[in-house]
Design a protein around this ligand. Structure first.
Ligand code: ZN
Length: 61
């Protein structure tokens, strides 16, 4: 039977993609939570970076 194997986005471990793997594509709950917390931090940082970029462009021109 064919099984799809993916790499865990957090730690790179091989993960079997199957319906009863509730953490897919992650290898474990810990990796899944780590990724979610990193994603949340990124989304907070993006607006600040954009504002800073616009400010620099306005100053130069
Ligand atoms: Zn992992």
């Amino acid at each position: 039977m064919y099984k799809l194997i993916v790499g865990c986005p957090q730690c790179g471990n091989k993960v079997i993609w199957e319906a009863n793997n509730q953490f897919r594509p992650f290898c474990s709950e810990r990796c899944k939570l780590n990724d979610l917390s990193q994603w949340a931090q990124e989304s907070y940082r993006i607006p600040l970076t954009d504002n800073d970029h616009e400010h620099h462009e306005a100053t130069e021109s």
